[in-house]
Design a protein around this ligand. Sequence first.
Ligand SMILES: Nc1ncnc2c1ncn2[C@@H]1O[C@H](COP(=O)(O)OP(=O)(O)OP(=O)(O)O)[C@@H](O)[C@H]1O
Length: 304
Amino acid sequence: MSTLITTPPFADTRTESVLRVSGLRKSFKQREVLRGIDWEVPCGRVIGLLGRNGAGKTTLLRCLLGLSPIDAGTVELFGELMTEPGGERMHRIGFVPQTFDLFPWMKVRAYLDFTAAFYARWNHALAERLLGDWQLDPKQKIGELSQGQRQKLAIVRAIAPEPDLLVLDEPVASLDPQARRAFMAELLELMKAPGKTVIFSTHITADLERADADITLLRDGAIQFTRPLAELREHLRRAVLVRDGGWSHAPVVAGLLKASLKGDEAQLLVEDANTESLQALATREGATLRIEMPTLEDLFVELA
Ligand SMILES: Nc1ncnc2c1ncn2[C@@H]1O[C@H](COP(=O)(O)OP(=O)(O)OP(=O)(O)O)[C@@H](O)[C@H]1O
């Protein structure tokens, strides 16, 4: 049984890469979290980074941005190695960390003005509009903001420089549903400008569906695949075989990625399912066949 979906080469129109990672390794003490990451992110896409708790998403994002030292491998951003001095490159990157605990004594607007001074580009009108839309009081101290309000501020700070690459580590974890939708709408608006790329880690698969993201799965310290959501939808099916008496072992069919046995049902996640072979398998096994289209959440549960 295949446990890994191979990454197809991207089409010619998408070969320009924002990010190229090769053989990236990272350990904490004796524990190797990233075990040779090879990853290429094409320009102009929204990438959803998925992986279970502790899979290493935060670690990977921090390593990519030079916020955490790496043990081996290379990271290239905008065509330049991260080891090269990169003042200008950093102007093109926006980052929303998982938690934002900086400058509790500063007031919201003062913090944004202070941060703006570090960037070559800063869209003051956009920052003001977002403060209003997201009901952030410019005069409130950061230390007095709720977790969700802090996350909103971190997003404003990351978006205002109109970065070419926006990296967000679980940006919506503390946001209420309205704020999440508003944030996703801003993200998609930002993406309308040519050449913008977004990488965000999340557990909320519905947001990735809304953004029509490319899905990257991090598991066992490696990138298992990066594929457009539409392509996953087109190629992956769940075949459910049902028979009285259940299953002692999982049936096997071409393209099988994962099988799980639950009572009378054998659930097979299959790539490029051939309906005839599945039907023949069901007949051979004395089972009825149902073919379903898995949701992204189903896929995550099955593959992560
Ligand atoms: N500074 C650190 N020191 C030691 N271990 C660390 C450190 N940072 C992360 N780890 C470990 O590395 C592993 C990956 O953590 P990481 O935060 O990158 O996972 P994640 O995929 O972002 O998880 P989650 O979805 O829960 O946010 C975990 O086992 C974690 O305990």
